[in-house]
Design a protein around this ligand. Structure first.
Ligand code: GAF
Length: 379
């Protein structure tokens, strides 16, 4: 794979790449919409990656090509980097050059195999593939958590998307066979072994095909509702709240703020219980928590969609141990923890349910917990 990209790099830029790197997308087992509330999340990296080939130039020219649009070369200059400038998809890369304060020009060729718009974090994969490569190539010496914060800054400030820290952290820090328990306040981590295969289980990923954009407004609105609730409660973030505190302030908090806070508080407690369930190989309990997470995201956080609900309900009706929407919501993907032998049957039932509801056909993926960002080759 890396040699194909290297060959293509030479064709496009007439010189060898200095480094080739890869960074994965993710699913989140549990802990949704809690990263920007300083909570705990439990994602794992999927096996689909974005691969990047890079050469640092001696002048200040930037050239970017994607294998997905091989005939388009985007050109700019390092001194012209301005937040929110450049065609949409290039901003994720330009933002990384900007956040890392790169001084020289670069030639970049990227190839993304992470499904886009599916809520599987293709943006973080793109950012982290470049970030990890430049950190190595330019000897920047950032730790993975420092790099995660810089990649988040690129997305928040350069691209203009108000995402939290989960996606960049998992793309950078994932360890094969493990989910990452991430404390989003101080970015300390614990690698939690996940043994679905040993238990005859699989995590089915159902892409509803409904495109979601964090920039669309619903996501930012949820963030600000949480921030305003925390302010009224007199705490740094909702991580520091409990249900008793919400009750005490029920006259001061709006109904929506109470619902949003309830989701965050109960979701953080579900993450902790999910870790215990994984450690005990208690997949029935894990499944229950995953489904409870969906109900909370649907009813208290209001970020599900009809397609996500049909994917979840159909999975559960056909024997899934648990199912829920993942990522920002309003579309994107759902996950279902299912018996391996049921995979074909459940996929067919979901396809049928989508057809009966007049939705476009869903896509299915599955992945074991995979490795995080890595350098594939240096010259
Ligand atoms: C998106 C964001 F990018 C993450 O930071 C996180 O908030 C997630 O939605 C919801 O848990 O993926």
């Amino acid at each position: 794979m890396s040699s194909d990209l290297a060959r293509r790099f030479v064709e496009v830029f007439q010189s060898e790449p200095e480094i080739i790197s890869a960074a994965p997308g993710r699913v989140n087992l549990i802990g949704e919409h809690v990263d920007y509330n300083d909570g705990f999340v439990l994602p794992f990296a999927i096996d689909a990656v974005t691969t990047a080939a890079i050469r640092v130039r001696s002048d200040s020219k930037i050239r970017i090509v994607s294998q997905q649009k091989p005939d388009e070369v985007y050109e700019s200059k390092i001194e012209n980097l301005e937040p929110k400038s450049g065609p949409n998809w290039t901003r994720y890369l330009l933002g990384v050059l900007w956040a890392l304060k790169v001084k020289n020009g670069v030639d970049i060729l990227v190839e993304s195999k992470v499904p886009q718009g599916a809520g599987l974090s293709s943006s973080a994969a793109l950012e982290c593939s470049i970030g990890v490569a430049l950190n190595e190539l330019l000897n920047l010496g950032y730790s993975l958590s420092e790099l995660a914060r810089l990649m988040q800054q690129a997305e928040n400030e350069y691209v203009g998307v108000p995402c939290g820290i989960m996606d960049q952290s998992i793309s950078l820090m994932a360890v094969e066979g493990h989910a990452l328990l991430l404390d989003c306040r101080d970015l300390t981590v614990q690698q939690i072994p996940v043994n679905f295969v040993g238990a005859g289980l699989r995590l089915l990923i159902i892409d509803t095909g409904v495109h979601h954009e964090l920039i669309d407004g619903g996501y930012a609105q949820r963030r600000s509702q949480c921030e305003s609730a925390a302010k009224i409660l007199g705490i740094q973030s909702l991580r520091d709240a409990d249900l008793e505190l919400i009750k005490k302030y029920q006259m001061q908090l709006s109904e929506l703020e109470q619902k949003r806070a309830r989701h965050v508080i109960t979701e953080i407690s579900r993450v902790k219980k999910a870790v215990a369930a994984l450690e005990a190989n208690d997949f029935v309990q894990l499944g229950k928590l995953i489904t409870e997470s969906h109900i909370s995201l649907r009813d208290d956080y209001n970020v599900s969609s009809p397609e996500l609900d049909v994917a979840v309900d159909t999975s559960l009706k056909n024997g899934a141990l648990g199912a829920r929407m993942v990522g920002g919501g309003f579309g994107g993907s759902a996950i279902a923890l299912i018996k391996d032998v049921d995979a074909g049957m459940i996929a067919r039932e979901i396809e049928k349910a989508f057809k009966d509801s007049g939705f476009k056909p869903p896509r299915f993926f599955d992945s074991l917990p995979s490795q995080g960002a890595r350098i594939l080759k240096t010259n």
